[in-house]
Design a protein around this ligand. Sequence first.
Ligand code: NAP
Length: 249
Amino acid sequence: MSKLNGKVAVITGGNSGIGLETARNFINEGARVVIFGRNKESLDRAAEELGSNVFPIQGDVSNLNDLENLFKTVSETIGKVDVLFVNAGIAPVAPLEYATEEHFDKIFNVNVKGAYFTVQKAVPYLNEVASVILNTSVVNVKGMQNMTVYSASKAAVRSLARTLSSELIAKGIRVNAVSPGPIETPIFGKMGLSQEQQDQFGEAVSTMVPMKRFGKPKEVANTVTFLASEDASYIVGSEIAVDGGLSQL
Ligand SMILES: NC(=O)c1ccc[n+]([C@@H]2O[C@H](COP(=O)([O-])OP(=O)(O)OC[C@H]3O[C@@H](n4cnc5c(N)ncnc54)[C@H](OP(=O)(O)O)[C@@H]3O)[C@@H](O)[C@H]2O)c1
């Protein structure tokens, strides 16, 4: 039987990379999926690609009005939410000496404030026995150069998986996190690096990973689908690493 039959899921950043692949997985498992992102073109493209059980909504996770509008629209048009994948994120890099206040605020606004208020605004619209999955990153336990702000933002999200779990457990809501290692997605083209720097970065990271390769979005999506489903019914406040061994070996 399908793992998410009849469920309603919301995925922030569902129009690209890991979020898009997770939307595909959820639909294949029987869910109706709302994808939320800023870029109308990629939202429309994703909706066309994924078919009739996907519902694109445009907005910015760092804008609280957009988040309120998202969950109100979903509850009015589709129903209460069973699964929330808090996935939207950005990863610009900067060495400490060049990092500006704007760089810091931009990352924390999307990755931390965005994640926090996504959950807060979703709670009134979550079904009983809902599952919330936060997307952290292997960098929350690694000391990688030039990624100070991004790494700190993801460590904050890891902390949220614990504290939000503890606040929401009495309502029957399970909060967990997935922690990807390097995954082949468009994010690397958005880090502010030249093509040459991206290639060098990719090579250096692949060498560090015990499995000696990047992961695929599908490999993360499979873990998110597990956490979203009843198969993970006794898992709360945890983080599952999908990182080719990078955080453990
Ligand atoms: N790829 C990796 O190696 C890796 C590793 C560890 C963790 N992660 C995490 O995985 C998540 C997804 O990343 P990805 O690799 O799939 O990258 P991606 O393909 O660039 O996807 C990022 C998604 O987030 C959305 N987004 C960004 N800012 C947003 C905002 N302010 N409001 C709403 N949506 C926003 C983007 O849509 P719009 O541009 O339309 O807004 C896009 O759909 C991120 O949280 C990232 O930190 C990725």
